[in-house]
Design a protein around this ligand. Structure first.
Ligand code: 3PG
Length: 220
């Protein structure tokens, strides 16, 4: 965790991936929870936070975290269009994560100065992202699309790519992914369980973040 987080520093996608073993995938319905959640994760050692654009409140949540939690680096997830990329950059997102890849999303993120972790699940998608200069990629949905065995198969032809497997990853199987040399980190929603959010159980979220930070990793 030696990355300079200063707002004026342009992070790379690889720096976003290398900061901690896990990037939490966050779904927020309540702007009132955003800052407390971000602080709970930061207290547990997780600074790179992916707030998904899946709720009407997501952009306001990104804005609140960017404004009030300078120790965190808030990014936007579920970025599916150029308009999403522009909107999340305006809200203060420092990186973007997408479930797939299109040249339009890649271009919009470049234009907005946002490092992008694009989702890939096939060799052709990896090649398309690489063609546009991207080599730090999200493997999504990781478990359903082949899991660790798929990442091992890709390490030959795509040895220069680093992955963040996301989708079906949990504390139970994260270590298996993180042991692979081409895995820089994993992503997952298990750090922010809906019931803990509903209860406002920030201590539980800090504990889950601390536990995630203890995971060993080989790649990156
Ligand atoms: C998602 O986009 O929802 C992420 O992949 C999180 O998946 P998970 O809930 O299986 O961790």
């Amino acid at each position: 965790m030696d990355v300079n987080l200063n707002i004026s520093v342009q992070l790379s996608a690889l720096q976003v991936m290398r900061d901690a073993p896990v990037i939490p995938v966050i779904v927020l319905n309540d702007v009132g929870q955003a800052v407390r959640l971000a602080r709970a994760l930061v207290a547990g050692g997780i600074r790179m936070l992916e707030v998904t654009l899946r709720t009407p409140q997501a952009l306001a949540c990104i804005e609140a975290i960017a404004r009030d939690v300078p120790e965190a680096v808030v990014g936007a997830g579920t970025v599916r269009s150029a308009a999403d990329a522009q909107a999340c950059a305006m809200a203060g997102a420092r990186f973007a994560v997408s479930p797939g890849y299109t040249h339009a999303v890649g271009q919009a993120c470049r234009d907005a100065g946002l490092p992008l972790l694009p989702g890939v699940a096939t060799g052709s998608e990896i090649m398309m992202a690489q063609q546009d200069g991207l080599s730090a990629l999200k493997f999504f949905p990781a478990l359903q699309a082949g899991g660790p065995a798929m990442l091992k198969a890709w390490s030959g032809p795509f040895g220069d790519v680093r992955f963040c497997p996301t989708g079906g990853v949990s504390i139970a199987n994260a270590a298996e992914f993180l042991a692979l040399p081409n895995v820089a980190c994993v992503g997952g929603s298990w750090l922010t369980p809906a019931d803990a959010l509903a209860r406002g159980d920030w201590a539980q979220i800090t504990t889950l973040a601390q536990q995630a930070c203890q995971l060993a990793r080989r790649g990156g």
